[in-house]
Write a protein that binds this ligand. Structure first.
Ligand code: COA
Length: 628
C-alpha cells in the first residue's frame, strides 16, 4: 500500500521520595520537536523486578505457592537464564527507540483474537444531551465534527500542547495515530494503518445511519473545513437518503472474533465495489454513527444503558450494525440525545482520547450555527456493498455472536455523587490510591478474599511509551481490608492501615510511570526467550504467574474535564472491568462483568464500591479531621 504507514511495524531504581504526580499542559511547543528529547524506556534491574514480583504475589497466592515461586525466581536469577535474557533485553533497548512498544502492540492488541467490541475497545459516555429529534441529533453531530476538525488543525500543524507529568514532557505520538487510522483484520495477526502519514491525507469522514455508510468530504475546495451549517446540510442529505431500515448490517462483521473476521474480510473484499467501500471507511478521518433511539430506561439506568450502547451498540435490533468497530475513532450520536464514542484501542490509550473530547466539548459550547452563504455542495457518496451469499452467511453468523455478546455483558455506571477527589486531598491522600483502596475493600467484602488487581499506568514519559501495570493488591491493602471487616479493630488502627495502603499505592504508581514496574519487564524477558527459540523459563509456567495474570479486577483512571466516563470490558471471564473519572466533587465509575459468570455482578459490585467509599470517608472523618 503506497504511502501508508503500517503502525504494526512501529519506529520502533527504587524510588525514595514520592511526590504527587501532576498532569499539566504547556503551550506553545511544536509537539513533535520535543519528541526527540524524550528519554528511552529503561530496562529495570533483574533483581529489583524479581523482588517486586514476589512482593506482588504475597497477598494473592498461598504460602506454598509463594515458597515454590521463590525457588524458581532464585534459579532464574542465579542459574544464568535470567541474566542472559536481561542482557538481550538491554541490547534490544540500545538498538531500538523503545524496546517494548512493538511487542506490546502485538501481544496486547494485534495478536489478540478476541473481538475488539467489548473485549478491547473502550467506550466513552458523554453527558446526556437534551435533544430528542433528528434536527437536534444532526445539529449536535455537525458541531462535533467541526470540533474534531478544529482539533485536527493542531495535529496537522504539530501545534498540539505538550502534556507534562510531574514537570516531565510526555510522548505525544499517540495523538498522531488516532485520526485517519484503522485496524485491519488478518487471519492470524491484525495490522493498523495510518493514512494521515501517506502522501495524500484523507479529506473525508464516514457517516453511518441505518447501517448505511457514506463518505462525507469535510473540506471545501480551498482546503477550509466545512462550517457547522454546511455539515448540518450534508448530514441532512445523508439522513434523507438512508431512511430504509432493512439494510444488511455490513459493519457487524467487524465485531467478530478476529480470525473469523479475517476470513470474512477476505471474502468481502474479493468484490471490487466492496473493496473500494471498505477502503473508504478505513481511510476516513473518523466515523460518525447516527444511532437510532434506544428503548427508554429510568434515569438511574440511563448511564449504564449508554455505556452498553457505546461498547456494543445494543444488539442487532438496535445499533450494533451501525458501526465499523475496526475504525479507531467512532463518535456516536443518538436521535434520543445519547452521545459518546467507541475507539479501537491499538493506536492509543484513553488519555489522548479524553483530551480530544475535552477540546471538542469546549469548542461546541462556544460555537453557534451561523448561516453561511449557500455554496452548493455535492451529495455525500453512499458506499455500496454487494452482498454475496458468502457475505450474507458471514453477516448472519456475526449477528448471532453479537447478540450473545450483548446478552453476556453486564454494565453498571455508578455516578458517585457524595464526594470526589476533594476528600482524599483534604486528608493529604492520593485520590487515585483512595479509589483503588475502595475497590479492594468492595471486592474483599463481596468475596472474602482479595484478587490480582492491575491499574493502568502511563509510560508516556518515555519515547513511544504506552502503559505498564500498577499491582494494586499489596500486603498493606490486604491488612487494611481485613481490619475493616474485623470488629475488634479500632478506627485509629484502620486509618493508619488506610494511609499506609495509599502510600504504598503511590510508590507503586511512581515506580510504574517511571518505567520501574514489573509486568512489562517480565513480558519483555518472556518475549525474548520466545524469539530466541530457547525454552520458556520455569517462572512463566508457574501457577503464581498464572494467578498474577488472571486479574479479576482490571482497573484504570481516565480523568477528564468533561463530566464523562470511559468504560471497558473485563479482562477475564470471572472478573470486572472498572474505569473511573474522579472529578473534584464526584466520581463516575463504570463497572462491567459477564452475565455468564455466576459469581460476578456489576450492580452488586457497584453498591459495594459505593459503601466502601462512604465507609472510608466516615473513617477519615471519625479518626482524623481534614487538613485544609
Ligand atoms: N495530598 C494531596 N493531593 C494529592 C496527594 C496527596 N497526598 N496525592 C496526589 N494528590 C493530588 C495530585 O497532585 C493531583 O492533583 P490535581 O487534581 O490538581 O492534578 C490529584 O491529587 C490526582 O492525583 P492521584 O489521584 O494521585 O493520581 P494521578 O492523577 O497522579 O493518576 C495514574 C495516577 C496512575 C492514573 C496516572 O499516573 C496515569 O498513569 N494515568 C494514565 C492511565 C491510562 O493511561 N489509562 C488508560 C486507559 S485506556
Amino acid at each position: 500500500m503506497l504511502g501508508v504507514f503500517v503502525r504494526a511495524a512501529l519506529r520502533p531504581g527504587m524510588v525514595k521520595q514520592c511526590r504527587p504526580i501532576r498532569l499539566t499542559t504547556r503551550i506553545p511547543e511544536r509537539s513533535l520537536v520535543h519528541q526527540e528529547g524524550l528519554p528511552k524506556l529503561p530496562v529495570p534491574s533483574l533483581k529489583q523486578t524479581c523482588e517486586r514480583y514476589l512482593a506482588a504475589l504475597e497477598p494473592i497466592v498461598s504460602e506454598e505457592e509463594l515458597e515454590h515461586t521463590r525457588k524458581l525466581v532464585e534459579e532464574f536469577l542465579k542459574g544464568g537464564v535470567g541474566e542472559r535474557l536481561q542482557k538481550g533485553l538491554e541490547r534490544r533497548a540500545r538498538k531500538t527507540e523503545n524496546w517494548l512498544s512493538e511487542w506490546w502492540m502485538q501481544s496486547a492488541y494485534l495478536d489478540c483474537r478476541m473481538p475488539v467490541a467489548v473485549y478491547t475497545s473502550p467506550g466513552v459516555v458523554l453527558p446526556r444531551m437534551h435533544f430528542q429529534d433528528r434536527q437536534g441529533q444532526m445539529r449536535f453531530a455537525a458541531k462535533l465534527i467541526a470540533g474534531v476538525l478544529d482539533f485536527k488543525k493542531m495535529i496537522d500543524g504539530e501545534t498540539l500542547p505538550v502534556e507534562y507529568l510531574s514537570g516531565k514532557p510526555l510522548c505525544m505520538d499517540q495523538y498522531y495515530q488516532i485520526l485517519s487510522s484503522c485496524r485491519i483484520p488478518g487471519p492470524k495477526r491484525d495490522t493498523v494503518v495510518n493514512h494521515a502519514i501517506g502522501k495524500i491525507a484523507p479529506t473525508h469522514i464516514t457517516v453511518v445511519h441505518n447501517f448505511q455508510f457514506f463518505v462525507l468530504d469535510v473540506y471545501n475546495s480551498d482546503d477550509t473545513p466545512l462550517t457547522v451549517d454546511q455539515l448540518y446540510m450534508q448530514l441532512e442529505k445523508i439522513w434523507n437518503s438512508s431512511l430504509q431500515t432493512n439494510k444488511e448490517p455490513i459493519g457487524i462483521l467487524t465485531s467478530q472474533h478476529r480470525n473469523t473476521w479475517g476470513k470474512a474480510y477476505n471474502n468481502l473484499i474479493k468484490d471490487k465495489t466492496n473493496k473500494e467501500s471498505v477502503r473508504a471507511i478505513q481511510k476516513s478521518i473518523f466515523t460518525v454513527c447516527l444511532d437510532a433511539p434506544m428503548p427508554r430506561v429510568s434515569d438511574e439506568m440511563y448511564q449504564s444503558r449508554v455505556a452498553a450502547q457505546m461498547l456494543h451498540g445494543g444488539g442487532t435490533r438496535w445499533n450494533s450494525g451501525n458501526r465499523w468497530f475496526d475504525k479507531t475513532l467512532q463518535f456516536i450520536v443518538g436521535e434520543d440525545g445519547t452521545c459518546g464514542l467507541v475507539y479501537e484501542h491499538s493506536p492509543a490509550e484513553g488519555p489522548p482520547i479524553v483530551f480530544l473530547i475535552d477540546y471538542v466539548v469546549k469548542y461546541m459550547q462556544k460555537t453557534e450555527m451561523v448561516r453561511s452563504p449557500m455554496v452548493p455542495l455535492g451529495m455525500p457518496q453512499k458506499l455500496r456493498f454487494n452482498i454475496t451469499p458468502e457475505v450474507k452467511r458471514d453477516i448472519e453468523r456475526a449477528k448471532q455472536n453479537m447478540n450473545i455478546m450483548v446478552h453476556d455483558l453486564d454494565v453498571k455506571v455508578l455516578m458517585f455523587s457524595h464526594y470526589g477527589k476533594n476528600v482524599a486531598k483534604q486528608h493529604k491522600l492520593s485520590p487515585d490510591g483512595f479509589v483503588q483502596t475502595a475497590l479492594q475493600l468492595a471486592y474483599y467484602r463481596m468475596y472474602d478474599a482479595c484478587c490480582s488487581t492491575i491499574e493502568t499506568a502511563s509510560l508516556r514519559m518515555f519515547k513511544y511509551g504506552r502503559t505498564d501495570a500498577i499491582r494494586v493488591t499489596s500486603v498493606d491493602s490486604l491488612k487494611f481490608v481485613q481490619a475493616m471487616q474485623d470488629p475488634s479493630k479500632q478506627n485509629a488502627e484502620r486509618l493508619q492501615l488506610l494511609q499506609k495502603t495509599i502510600k504504598t499505592h503511590q510508590v507503586n504508581t511512581y515506580n510504574a510511570v517511571h518505567g520501574q514496574a514489573i509486568d512489562r519487564h517480565l513480558l519483555g524477558l518472556k518475549m525474548l526467550s520466545i524469539e530466541d527459540l530457547t525454552s520458556i523459563p520455569e517462572i512463566y509456567m508457574d501457577t503464581s504467574y498464572a494467578v498474577a495474570h488472571h486479574s479479576n479486577l482490571l482497573t484504570s483512571q481516565v480523568s477528564s474535564k468533561t463530566d464523562c466516563v470511559m468504560c471497558f470490558g473485563p479482562m477475564v471471564p470471572d472478573g470486572y472491568g472498572v474505569c473511573y473519572n474522579s472529578m473534584d466533587e464526584h466520581i463516575n465509575i463504570a463497572i462491567t462483568a459477564f452475565n455468564s459468570c455466576e459469581e460476578t455482578n456489576a450492580g452488586r459490585f457497584a453498591r459495594a464500591v459505593e459503601d466502601a467509599l462512604l465507609d472510608m470517608r466516615t473513617l477519615l472523618e471519625d479518626a482524623a479531621p481534614a487538613k485544609n
